[in-house]
Write a protein that binds this ligand. Sequence first.
Ligand SMILES: Cc1ncc(COP(=O)(O)O)c(C=O)c1O
Length: 460
Amino acid sequence: MTTPAFETIIEPFRIHSVEPLRPTTPEQRRAALAEAGFNLFQLDSADVLIDLLTDSGTGAMSRDQWAAIQHGDESYAGSPSYYLFRDAVRELFPFDHVIPTHQGRAAEKIIFSVLGGPGKVVPNNTHFDTTRANVEYTGAEAVDLPISEARDPRGDHPFKGNMDVAALDALLAERAADVPVVFVTITNNSGGGQPVSLANLREIRAVCDAYGKPLFLDACRFAENAWFIREREPGQAGRDVVDIVRDIAALADGMTMSAKKDPMGNIGGWLAMNDAELARQCRAVLILTEGFPTYGGLAGRDLEALAQGLREAVDHHYLRYRIRSTGYLGEALVRAGVPVLTPSGGHAVYLDARALLSHLSPLEYPGQSLAVALYEAGGVRSCEIGTVMFGRRPDGSEHPAALDLVRLAIPRRTYTQSHIDYVIEVCLHVAKHASELPGYRIVDEPPQLRHFTARFEPLR
Ligand SMILES: Cc1ncc(COP(=O)(O)O)c(C=O)c1O
């Protein structure tokens, strides 16, 4: 008997410790929704069955990460846990200065308080919500420059996360003096978890060089992005993901990072760069807001867990499973005719709420309505990425976002295939009843990042 190459891609781990899931009734979920002001961020997680709100900090740590935690050295200054962490970061991103932060937005807050300010403009392929908020909080302008294909939910461009390089060039030609830094988000979370190609990064680098501008990565999902490059970019097949990541890093001058994503942490982040003077200014802010530069808002044990998580993040068995299992969910929905953003992202599948709930206008928040319905129907928590998240402008006006999406984000190594089969069933049920779903209006909202705490009411 010859042994075939079996096609089933299995979870490359077995379960070592389990957490119970508590089913609820539709009546309990309706009561929870009313209590939460129809905002899924306001639900108690105990009332959620399958939690796809975010892949951020929600993954399962490995046996080796838990073991690493026992090595944590909690010295205030110069802890060996910091050096282990710094070296693990530099294995992949060999920047001179590595500054730990408690999570990604802390790194953003620090870099933009140094580089931002009124009159400045920061280009990005697409700013994530906290990135945009941190830019705008300083009085600077956050400009998204995705390629035009990114706006087509059903196109099959392999690198929909790419930046429109001509638009970047035009912005710099007009306002070079106002641009302190160019950012690229890999993968592009708010643009559907889509990857950025090495070729695009090289072109962006060339434009940055032409205008003498630093290029920074928002690199939360760097390993997933590198895997997509390996799978989709001509000339990259078969390469080690570590080498691809190093190629990406070599094109940049620095990075912000939420270590709650690909580095497999439940908390953590960092800021890294080559510019010593910029690093000095960032460390000065870090000491005010986060902590001493060798721990920066994290415990020594967290730094140890991240050093180990970074090694696991670039494992090919893991990445093959990770990208395939997200694709499995996306493909099942496409097969059933549910409008989803294609190709599937690395960490999430995005339902096209504007298309599915075409009876609602964007300002009636179709994404919010769909997300509420998925929870009500099956206890599945998702996240609106659309007009609720991005519709309010700094001047107070409200406009439809480019797309109204609902993100089903997959926590790393947490749910099994049968959990995902259940999610598919819930999505199909809700899609069948989509035309009955109501619009929503906001009855209370804060001035920034309103999606976290706003309260809603269904429109009757
Ligand atoms: C692309 C991107 N940048 C920045 C952040 C912010 O990171 P954190 O949640 O750790 O503050 C996130 C979080 O989801 C993200 O997806």
